[in-house]
Design a protein around this ligand. Sequence first.
Ligand code: C2E
Ligand code: MG
Ligand code: MG
Ligand code: MG
Length: 280
Amino acid sequence: RAKESGRGQMSLYEPAMDEKIERRRQLAAELHGALQRGEFHLVYQPIYDLAGERITSCEALLRWTNRRHGAVSPAEFIPIAEDNGQIVAIGNWVLHQACCTARDWPAHISVAVNLSPVQLRASNLPAVVISALDSTGLAPQRLHLEVTESVLLEDVDASLAALKALNRLAVNTTLDDFGTGYSALSYLTRFPFQTLKIDRSFVTDLDHSPASIAIVQTVVDLAAKLGMRTVAEGVETAAQLDQLRRTRCDAVQGYLLARPMPADMVAAMFAGTRLRAGNG
Ligand code: C2E
Ligand code: MG
Ligand code: MG
Ligand code: MG
């Protein structure tokens, strides 16, 4: 019986692999020209400050609606764009677009933009950031750049130099998805981050796992001692939010508070108005 089901899995496995490779090939081909065809847009998810009970920033999240494949998740297409180098042009567009949109928000609201490791390693990153800020007029303090920890140890010197250069521009740097991958507490003292984002996996477990509560508390306390702000991502339940308040985490982000939304809805939210369908 075990053998039978094992064989069954093998025969299912191979075509599935072929399909994956074929889809990846098709998406890579479709990524060419996707910018020019206007297939990308950004959605923005509010980040709430717990002490002030107000929104202090929004994270820009990239969306791709392809003419042939429809909506494709960034988790699927960003690795492809990183492999074939297209992430550089796409990332520049994201940066410019996010700064342009955020410039019209109230002055105390920042925008958080995700940077690919490929962008972080590019020697022209500071120039690209300066260009986005200068051409849109967004104050550098209002731009937060998020990088995931996996990138840091691949090339410690280059990562450190890039982060320092960003800090010299007065841009805020955020360590994203903290606690996943090869995370080490030493990152926090080695690299100049102003903000630390606690990964959703810990937040999800807050509901039922005392160990996760202890981990989150430890991370929040350590970050505070090192002068960093903490943001918890992926908050979905009131119980998680209560727990995060108790840990004195600075800010929260998640479906419980708000989903990522289009730029016009964010603008309407800040303007204190409601968008009405058919209202232009
Ligand atoms: P991330 O930077 O960690 O972004 C948070 C992800 O969690 C987003 O997924 C967001 O929609 C999702 N999320 C937010 N709140 C909740 C929640 O309460 N529950 C759950 N289950 N999920 C929540 P998304 O938009 O699919 O993006 C996935 C990842 O793709 C991002 O993770 C980021 O690493 C990458 N990404 C997105 N946009 C960009 C971009 O413009 N450039 C680069 N380089 N990467 C991007
Ligand atoms: Mg992020
Ligand atoms: Mg994250
Ligand atoms: Mg994440």
